[in-house]
Design a protein. Sequence first.
Lengths: 344, 78
Amino acid sequence: MPAPRGPASAALTEYLRLEDHGTTRLDDDALHNEVSAAVAASPDILTDDDLQLALFLMYELHYTGIDGVRDELEWSSSLIAARGELERGFEAGLRDAVTMPELPLPIAEQVAEALFELTAPTPGPSLARYIAKNATREQLHEFLIQRSIYTLKEADPDTWMIPRLRGRAKAALIEIQTDEYGGGRQERIHANLYARTMRGAGLDDSYGAYLDLVPAITLASLNITTMFGLHRRLRGASVGHLAAFEMTSSLPSRMIAEGFRRNGYGDQVTDYFDEHVEADAVHEQIAARDLAGGLVEAQPELLADVMFGAAACLTIDGRAADHIRSRWEAGETSLRHAFTLEAA
Amino acid sequence: MTADARDGDDEIKGFGAASIVACPNGPLLVRGDVELLDGDGHPVPRTRPTIALCRCGASAVKPFCDGTHKLMRFRTEE
């Protein structure tokens, strides 16, 4: 169980712990009240450590669970109610923070073109360029730690979409996910390639090993994907998010691989990034045209949410990347506490 | 997936009828059973069932696409 970061995550971890020991009657109202009050008081829920950690932990119950927490709690009505408070606040915060792009016509090729326009590479400073040219080994460790929160379960949040789609969009998602999961070959599953990268850099690849170190915006980057994936209502946003994610991956992956090579790392560490140069150049075409375009042609009423999901991905992942780069440029750690790799 | 798709190390074979999608302003998306050869007739290893072939000429991982066409604002029309 991670260390709480404020009243909501403290109430939640206490709740999960009491339920585990079965010694005290659970105070459902206390949890709900703490969460509601914290959501109402939060100046920016996207970077709120307390709330993003609480949401992350609630979502973990839907993935592989939390050690020591009973499986039944996944569908505890009290937890789901408190989660609803967090999600309403998070979604409102996102809709506030995201600038909506102009909507294209609900035709697949037009949707694809609008998405390529929205995600077009921009000149100027970026985290990937910083990594290619300037990052030290210590900063590369930090980067791998930051990315591990999502990437050790890469593709999993998007899998929630599969039963919610039909036709061309569903086939496109399956085509992408098949590749993400290594075509069914364990050693080629992207999350496993990433674990191999972490081990190659001397890091612990067990899920959540560095959870206490990562800031709210990094948790938000996974939480947004999980929220979109778990709510059928938000399937359009989920599709748009995945499209934007795939469409901003190939070129940065090449630069990131360069940064690792520059610091003397070999194939075990760079394979993951090299794989994504080629894989995501395929995925972005399928995601833009067949997944997003195909969904909008079948259900034009989802167009605005597809574009919202794409813009939300760029906003959140852009803020997460800017956080890391600006801390590094100031000579500081991007983590909540400085991390030093123990010499082997 | 057919049985022979699991043969070998990374290479994948056996994915049915071939098709090529010419993506506007982007690569050629190739699906299905296609023999991919280099200029000397040697097979180019294929590690995924759907591949994107470079059409702008600027990819660093030719014959595959790496997204560089987006930096060049490569256009296939007009």
